[in-house]
Design a protein around this ligand. Structure first.
Ligand code: UDP
Length: 328
């Protein structure tokens, strides 16, 4: 049986990856420090003999007994509200954490895939973003802790590949959504859906002309799986190129949820990228991958997930407003 270590396993993407690799017949070793992840996302796997969970912070030395064939490094806070609350941990997991996992991969002769992000492109001056674009990042802005940690992560991964001959893969993940997102993580999809469910107005930051391109989680997981199994070592964008402005997206959510809330406008957060759309030609070519699930279907499944949460959870998840945040 192949053995895989998944870090950030109790998080949104990590937990879906655990499901996928269990389904593929792997022995899954899951690791998470549970700062932003939740055991609820993986508790259904606890009874399986080929699943183990370790409560551990990967920015400290990582020990895993026995052989390892693959490592997926998905541990990191991943929403602007988290970077504000835990900026140092965000930097540490991307830098020290990645270093530890690369060391482990070298020791075990395991192939390692690192979760990078469209944030390496910052507020992009090239549109749509291809993998060749170097990015436009403010190193000292509030998002810098995430963006720069992820950029460092890519550098150190390529250094281990070139210097130690490690088998490495780098996925640049664009906005992804689906069940198990945290209702109060501040990201736009849970934010709007939570507001709709609580009967509040939807808060659009800025004038809403900024764009995003949302990828359903099952498509994202399929892309990551194919990349891990491929022999391609440079970064690959995985996301859905179907782009929409946040203002139009708010209207879509109002229609979907059948509520009669208004859209209200708040200040735009600092360094909020104005446009984002992945160029996925490379993924199409080398992985024969493209997203299959459109926004209409994906958003409905996601909304049904949030709707099914219990009332207390919903009320506890009051909207976290990070509009107009600054560094003080
Ligand atoms: N956004 C918004 N209202 C909210 C939360 C977010 O208008 O309540 C905006 C945010 O300013 C950004 C976009 O939605 O332009 C996507 O934000 P998210 O945090 O989901 O992702 P990211 O900015 O990291 O792509």
């Amino acid at each position: 049986m192949k053995r895989i270590l998944i870090t950030g396993a109790a998080g949104f993407l990590g937990s879906h990856l655990c499901d996928r690799f269990i389904k593929e017949g792997f022995h899954v070793i899951a690791m998470d420090n549970l700062i932003t992840g939740s055991l609820k996302n993986i508790e259904h796997l606890f009874k399986l003999p080929n699943f183990e969970f370790y409560h551990h912070d990967v920015s400290k030395f990582v020990h895993v007994a026995g052989k390892l064939d693959y490592i997926l490094h998905f541990a990191s806070p991943a929403s602007p509200i988290d970077y504000l609350k835990i900026p140092i941990q965000t930097l540490k997991v991307g830098s020290l954490g990645t270093h530890n996992l690369l060391g482990l991969a070298k020791e075990k002769r395991a192939r390692i895939l690192i979760a990078s992000t469209s944030e390496v492109y910052g507020d992009p001056l090239v549109h749509p973003q291809t993998e060749e674009y170097y990015g436009n990042v403010n190193t000292i802005g509030p998002r810098g802790v995430y963006d720069e940690a992820k950029r460092f992560q890519e550098s150190i991964t390529m250094a281990y590949h070139r210097f130690h001959g490690l088998e490495t893969r780098i996925v640049r993940i664009f906005n992804t959504y689906g069940p198990r997102m945290r209702l109060n993580d501040g990201r736009v999809i849970p934010a709007f859906m939570g507001q709709a469910l609580r009967g509040e107005d939807l808060t659009v930051f800025g004038d809403g002309s900024q764009t995003r391109s949302f990828c359903y989680v099952d498509d994202q997981i399929e892309g990551i799986y194919r990349l891990l199994m491929s022999d391609y070592e440079l970064p690959v964008n995985i996301g859905n190129p179907n782009e929409i402005s946040i203002r139009d997206f708010a209207e879509e959510i109002i229609k979907l949820t059948g509520t009669d809330q208004k859209v209200i406008y708040k200040e735009l957060p600092i360094d909020d990228p104005m446009q984002r759309q992945p160029d996925i030609s490379l993924a199409k070519k080398i992985l024969d991958w493209e997203p299959k699930i459109g926004r209409e279907k994906g958003m409905k499944v996601t909304f049904d997930y949030f709707k099914a949460l219990n009332k207390e959870e919903l009320l506890r998840s009051e909207h976290k407003d990070f509009s107009g945040y600054n560094m003080k």
